[in-house]
Design a binder for this molecule. Structure first.
Ligand code: HAM
Length: 416
């Protein structure tokens, strides 16, 4: 009988063999970051609710609809982190890292939680690898981070990832643009909820996918046309450096992100094999976030890659990262003496870096060979008392069925 429990709605379990791909994705995204001097950060999976309210923004869907918020037994309002940037910045400020050498470069990986309507690629519990560079508003950092994410996707062998790029301006030019946009949007035929959104978060309306709204947005003013001189220069430099670095992108003048803290450079990596949830990663600059969570002025830029969606993108492209099979060698002992010998041998194989396993439990030769086949190993080592007496074991190629006798003291060398 199976249990009557299942994974909660909007979540899934990671189990072999698919789980190996998740690990490989995390590693491939993190590796370029480590090479660029980003240090690993880990923060709690829950924080004070107000951190996200102030950091991510109360008018966002993430904060207003999607947070897992509860009172703990001490009466504190706690929220499971819906994203990582506010937490990482909070941690850096709490430790005073902004007083040391800048930029502070951090990367992180872990679970995030959003109470979203589940669908393919959209989960209530999901996994990100993220990176943040704090303390400088140097456009070279924006370009570096974008380049590093692109490297990660490339390392994975993904070919269909596109980079969408925009600038959202700053505290000087964005308010002017916002008003201009509101003025335009107020003249449209919109439902009540969208009208409310025009007043609270007008940039989000640009992102509305419904055709009746889309059609009316054709003539909307674009933030790209409203950038102040410093923002324009910053954006030009980012683009020049991306071009130098061989990164290609598409201008996305209507790209607005679901979190309120963005300023200037914003971007999303999308993959066309994923249907509606096409974003495999996203990020941007957030030069005002520190102040909104009560910190000193501290510019920052970063991104997060969605591990779950990146795995879906790999599957959509038919890329296999991890060779199938748990181990390369599977040992089948016939009899107690052989078992002791093969346990030692398997340990030596593992020390030599060869993935190896052994038939555990008292099953006969037939059951043990079946286990060897199921393990996906390329070779089985079979040994009985008579082999041991002769100082050999039989090495069987599990694909061809070919078998040969190998001296025990040569086995590790032969199989490495
Ligand atoms: P985000 O765009 O909300 O940004 O999330 C980044 C990525 O996480 C998305 O592109 C997507 O791949 C994945 N993701 C988000 N929500 C879900 C979900 N419900 N199910 C599956 N995957 C999901 C951030 O979180 C920012 N903190 C990124 C950032 C870092 N900006 C600056 N620094």
């Amino acid at each position: 009988m199976t249990t009557s429990f299942t994974a909660p709605k909007g979540t899934f379990d990671l189990l072999p063999p698919r789980s190996a791909t998740f690990l490989a994705v995390r590693e491939a995204i993190a590796a370029p970051l480590r090479l660029a001097g980003y240090g690993y950060a880990e923060t709690p999976v829950f924080e004070d609710t107000a951190l996200f309210e102030r950091g991510v923004g109360e008018s966002t869907d993430v904060v207003s609809k999607e947070m897992y918020t509860f009172l703990d037994k001490g009466g504190r309002s706690i929220t499971l982190r819906p994203e990582g940037t506010a937490s990482v910045l909070r941690a850096a400020l709490e430790a005073g890292l902004q007083k040391g050498p800048l930029p502070v470069k951090l990367w992180y990986a872990g679970s995030f939680f959003r109470y979203e309507r589940p669908q393919a690629g959209r989960y209530r519990h999901f996994s990100q690898v993220g990176a943040e560079a704090l303390g400088l508003d140097d456009p070279a950092l924006d370009a570096e981070l974008i380049w590093l994410a692109a490297q990660g996707y490339q390392r994975l062998g993904l070919r269909g990832v596109r980079l969408l790029l925009n600038s959202l301006g700053d505290a000087t030019c964005r308010p002017v643009y916002r008003e201009r946009l509101q003025h335009f949007l107020r003249g449209l035929d919109l439902d009540d909820e969208t009208r409310r959104r025009v007043e609270i978060n007008p940039l989000r309306v640009l992102d509305d996918k419904r055709p009746q709204v889309r059609d009316q947005l054709a003539g909307a003013p674009l933030v790209a046309d409203a950038l102040c001189e410093p923002c324009r220069e910053h954006y030009d430099e980012v683009r020049a450096m991306l071009a130098d670095g061989g990164v290609s992108w598409e201008e996305a003048p209507r790209l607005v992100r679901g979190l309120d803290y963005y300023t200037r450079t914003t971007f999303e990596f999308v993959h066309d094999g994923l249907g509606a949830q096409a974003a495999v990663g996203g990020g941007g600059r957030y030069d005002g976030l520190s102040e909104s969570i009560g910190g000193p002025p501290l510019p920052g830029v970063g991104w997060a890659v969605g591990v779950d969606r990146t795995v879906l993108a790999l599957e959509a492209e038919g890329v296999e990262l991890v060779p199938p099979g748990r181990v390369r060698v599977f040992a089948v002992p016939l009899g107690e003496a052989a078992r002791r010998e093969l346990v030692r041998l398997v340990a030596r194989l593992r020390e030599a870096g060869v993935a190896a396993d052994l038939a555990y439990g008292q099953r006969g030769m037939k059951g043990a060979m079946k286990a060897a086949d199921r393990s996906g190993a390329a070779h089985a080592i079979v040994a009985g008392d008579r082999d041991l007496a002769a100082g050999v074991a039989q090495v069987k190629d599990l694909r061809t069925g070919e078998q040969r006798s190998v001296p025990l003291d040569r086995l590790v060398e032969e199989l490495s």
